[in-house]
Ligand binder design. Structure first.
Ligand code: SF4
Ligand code: SF4
Ligand SMILES: [Zn+2]
Length: 333
């Protein structure tokens, strides 16, 4: 007889035998006929599915070991959720205080017409680009240019996220055109952020066979070698540390035309969210942008400071920077 199994079955019928989590009505719906209390999580179900195929004693040890592993993983997961929730709660409180401060300072702004967006910050430390990074980048460029040159049409390329990025870009461009002021404010937000999302650009800069093939089609007068040389000529001597090789303190060295569709069509979640909300409303009112020191990759890492580094108000096509010192002094009082 499986000790843990029967014991748990009799005493804790309302909890999953594997992970120990309380069973929800959704779990009950997928429970097997034998009434074994197991939740709908794939890992828990997979573990229990071995029961009939294993000798009882072997399954008992197997279950015991996996209970420990799964429960530990769940604990780590719950702790992480609590950690993220505490950061979000603190940010919400701070955002609320900032809103109140700004509304006091600018009484002409309609509270019901004030949107809020939180933006990250790009890294700022610049370093000479190590030769290893240059070699990686040039190797990547050579490979994709060589492969792109062999395609008759871009549709022959693998239909991955680089391929579909083009359609997304077309939709995003449409949205930016449809809502007055949205393109300008989106560009302004990115300018203030200084490439918080470019930290993931590494040594590939999201350049792909698809982006190169599309560029080749727009420039039939250029050879593969010309295109390679063009990218090489733009490579900076120094770029932002731990970020895309093309990101400098002045921003991306590549003109939009040479960037990938992924880069051109990318907006981080908060900016995307803002754009979609405004698409529903059809217009841009007043916008409060709270910039924090994290970048898109490290927001919820322990030890990363999410402190406020700047606050901007966009109203009637004007950008005002809110005096942070005054704001922080007021929130302490
Ligand atoms: S999309 Fe977001 S993270 Fe990227 S530069 Fe713009 S504001 Fe910064
Ligand atoms: S190529 Fe430019 S836009 Fe794209 S990730 Fe690099 S720095 Fe950012
Ligand atoms: Zn479970």
């Amino acid at each position: 007889m499986i000790k843990g199994f029967t014991q748990n079955c009799h005493t804790e019928k309302d909890k999953c035998l594997v992970c120990g989590e309380r069973l929800l009505p959704q779990d009950m719906l997928v429970m097997q006929q034998d009434d074994t209390p197991v939740c709908r999580a794939i890992d828990c179900r997979n573990i229990m599915s071995r029961k009939d195929a294993m000798p009882e004693l072997a399954f008992e040890s197997y279950l015991e070991l996996n209970q420990k592993l799964v429960r530990h993983r769940r604990q780590v997961g719950h702790a992480r959720k609590r950690f993220i929730a505490s950061i979000q709660e603190q940010e919400q409180q701070e955002n609320h205080q900032i809103c109140e401060h700004v509304l006091k300072q600018y009484p002409e702004i309609d509270e019901n017409n004030l949107q809020l967006v939180s933006i990250p910050s790009g890294n700022s430390q610049v370093e000479p680009v190590p030769q290893e990074r240059v070699d990686n980048y040039l190797g990547h460029l050579r490979k994709i240019i060589h492969k792109a040159a062999k395609l008759k049409h871009v549709s022959e390329a693998v239909q991955d996220e680089h391929y579909t990025a083009h359609e997304k870009l077309v939709q995003i461009e449409q949205r930016l055109d449809d809502i007055t002021g949205l393109r300008q404010v989106s560009e302004q937000l990115c300018f203030n952020c200084k490439g918080g999302c470019c930290v993931t650009g590494a040594n590939h800069a999201y350049l792909s066979i698809c982006s190169i093939k599309r560029y080749m089609d727009r420039h039939p007068e250029m050879s593969a070698e010309d295109i390679f040389e063009q990218y090489v000529s733009m490579l900076p001597e120094a770029s932002i540390q731990h970020s895309c090789i093309n990101q400098t303190s002045q921003g991306c060295v590549l003109p939009r035309e040479l960037r990938s569709d992924i880069c051109n069509g990318h907006f981080c979640e908060p900016v995307k969210q803002l754009q979609m909300e405004l698409e529903n409303e059809g217009r841009l009112g007043s916008l409060l942008a709270i910039q924090r020191s994290y970048n898109v990759r490290n927001k919820f890492e322990t030890g990363v400071n999410n402190e406020i580094v700047a606050v901007f108000l966009y109203d009637s096509d004007q950008q005002h920077e809110i005096d942070l010192e005054e704001l922080l002094t007021e929130s302490v009082e």
